[in-house]
Design a protein around this ligand. Sequence first.
Ligand SMILES: O=C(CO)[C@@H](O)[C@H](O)[C@H](O)[C@H](O)COP(=O)(O)O
Length: 238
Amino acid sequence: MQYFIDTANLESIKKISDIFPIAGVTTNPTIIAKEKRDFKEIINDIFDIIGKDKIVHAQAVGSTSEIMVKEVQLLRDTFGENFYTKIPVTPEGIKAIKILAKDGHKITATGILSPQQIIMAAEAGAEYMAPYINRSDNIGENGIEIVKDAYKILEMTKKTDEEKLSRYKRIFEPKILGASFKNVRQVHETILAGSKSVTVAPDVFEKLIYHPYTDWSMDTFNSDWEKIYGKKTLLDLL
Ligand SMILES: O=C(CO)[C@@H](O)[C@H](O)[C@H](O)[C@H](O)COP(=O)(O)O
């Protein structure tokens, strides 16, 4: 399972990565713009906090495939092997993914709101496909159904390692990266639908393990213990 934090806010990244077993950080142009700082510094600071063995995703912003291809080449040279460029599933984006994947680049297809967009991005050679669950639910569609359909079709169109090597110059499993969550239920249903990667904003992230009865249970344990042993911990008693 891979949990990503969907933010570029360094305080939030520090807080969450200190506690939770995260796979990395995802951002988008809106998330980056909120920080009002130099782009390169933001990404370097994120890697400094989470470690260079973790993954960072940030989005190409060019409006043509030619510019996106150049951006991705520059991003890989600047940030290294654990940087994934997000590319939107527009016609120009799919064209860019197709060109870049042939050269072994690591791509996350983004802005996904339909299963066909996932299949097309996967065929073009993206490794991660990021469907926007809440944005889909918001207009009366069903984000979870997108993930379910996508997994069925990805299974049907599975490629051998030889095919992957000849088409994309590297071997990887296509993955659904569930994104745009507004509550824990959406995250959980996305995982149940088969998605082993999700990216969650800090406010929802902290709620993933929250339960009032867990807090109540711990309060009760602590007060019962203190009645007999005071503030002593096992370090004092063993
Ligand atoms: O696409 C990725 C990760 O690949 C995310 O950063 C993605 O852009 C964000 O989760 C969404 O845009 C956030 O959506 P929302 O919470 O604003 O509806």
